[in-house]
Design a protein around this ligand. Structure first.
Ligand code: 2AM
Ligand code: CA
Length: 262
């Protein structure tokens, strides 16, 4: 990894930790909640965390482009490195003080995610990876599970906002649930993918989300030996509107079940 790219990861980690500390500090305060759509909220804490992250990135890399959930998106990809930021993933959890939320920061180049950091302040867990360099949590290497049959698998998923999305998720669950061991729902896509990377679960899917929910954790998962695709099993890209993360061993079987489900 060149010096410049090394600084990408170092800056992502630093920005994620600082923002996580802000979220942690403000957790006990009363919240200002604004609805962006049914079930889709943003709080004053999302904005404070975003401000801190943007400041850190702009100070280190003034010429890079930034895509962050709570800001106006940049113009079309113009070839500059692009920072893909979710200042608070798991906002509903956060607004209820349910302790599963995180900060997610990725850096992509030419449409490929090259570095990523996901910070979970409650457990003080910093997940990070750069492409080709392996994945780590608090410095310890991450490896996906060796579970190779659906019957023994721990799956997790999250609910989309809105009735139509929920109905679609129910259909997928109806097909998958009888086949897997059991299921959890954590409320943060980024953390859920990090759990697959850490071998804590084996499968994660979400039928409707954004690049900033997935970019950093997806690289962390791949660097831990997992696979990140869409629900058809095609490689995930920054334009994908859904995701499926697996320990790689279960990918084919899950996609088969999903194919038969439609
Ligand atoms: P957020 O907390 O940043 O909004 C919960 O469903 C998980 O999926 C969270 O990580 C949430 O991110 C994310 N998410 C993003 N877009 C979503 C959508 N359209 N519907 C539901 N969840 C979404
Ligand atoms: Ca968010």
């Amino acid at each position: 990894m060149g010096d410049e790219r090394g600084r990408w990861l170092e800056t992502a980690v630093r920005a994620a930790r600082e923002a996580g500390k802000i979220l942690e500090r403000r957790l006990g305060e009363s919240r200002e909640i604004t609805y962006k759509g049914p079930g889709n909220i943003v709080t004053d804490a999302d904005m404070a965390a975003q401000e801190s992250i943007l400041e850190t990135i702009r100070a280190a890399f003034p010429h890079h482009a930034i895509l962050s959930e709570e800001m106006v998106p940049p113009e079309a990809d113009d070839g500059r490195p692009l920072w893909v930021v979710d200042p608070l993933d798991g906002t509903t959890n956060y607004s209820r003080r349910w302790p599963s939320f995180c900060v997610s920061i990725a850096v992509s180049e030419g449409g490929r995610v090259m570095a990523g950091a996901v910070y979970e302040p409650n457990l003080d867990e910093m997940f990070h990876a750069h492409r080709g360099g392996g994945a780590f949590v608090n410095g310890a290497p991450l490896r996906v599970s060796a579970v190779d049959s659906l019957t023994g698998a721990l799956m997790s998923m999250n609910w989309p906002y809105g009735r139509e999305g929920m109905a679609q998720a129910m259909r997928l669950l109806e097909c998958l649930m009888p086949r897997v061991g059991t299921m959890r729902s954590v409320g943060s896509a980024a953390l859920s993918l990090c759990h697959v990377a850490a071998g804590r679960s084996d499968i994660y899917f979400h039928p409707s989300l954004y690049a900033w929910d997935v970019a950093a954790a997806g690289l962390i998962l791949e660097e831990a030996g997992g696979t990140l695709t869409d629900l058809q099993g095609e490689p995930w890209t920054l334009q994908s509107a859904q995701c499926l993360g697996t320990n790689s061993l279960l990918l084919e079987e899950v996609v088969e079940v999903l194919d038969d489900c439609r």
